[in-house]
Design a protein around this ligand. Structure first.
Ligand SMILES: [Zn+2]
Ligand SMILES: [Zn+2]
Length: 125
């Protein structure tokens, strides 16, 4: 039980430090620095439980396995940038003005999804 708690604490810390959505393998990589015995099955189990508790929310990009972000991030309206070199996903601040202008007359927009693709700072330089 004690060990489980340490694993959960490590995984929460990883999300806090990353400040961006993470997939299970990214979580495993980073959390192993804190809990070397951690394995992927435990990461999946912990992520599932954290999601059930609404501590993390899934970030679904088209055609990709879900990544996760902390509830505090998910509750703030934002979009994502996906680096096509390293497959990392980053949070973007704010939104795009003028989306309503795209909506045809008589239509009602209820939601929107925006994903930017390109290369991140690390992969560009
Ligand atoms: Zn990159
Ligand atoms: Zn938006």
């Amino acid at each position: 039980m004690q060990r489980q708690t340490a694993q959960r604490v490590a995984i929460e810390a990883v999300f806090g430090a990353a400040g961006r959505p993470l997939g299970p393998l990214e979580v495993l990589d980073a959390a192993r620095e804190r809990v070397p015995s951690l394995n992927l099955a435990t990461v999946y189990r912990t992520l599932k439980r954290m999601q059930e508790e609404h501590a993390i929310h899934p970030v679904e990009l088209p055609g990709e396995a879900p990544r996760y972000e902390l509830r505090a991030a998910a509750e703030r309206h934002h979009h994502h940038f996906r680096c096509c070199e390293c497959d990392s996903v980053y949070d973007l601040k704010g939104c795009v003005a003028g989306l309503k202008k795209l909506v045809p007359s008589g239509f009602r927009m209820t939601d929107h999804e925006i994903v930017l693709y390109g290369t991140c700072r690390c992969c560009t330089s």
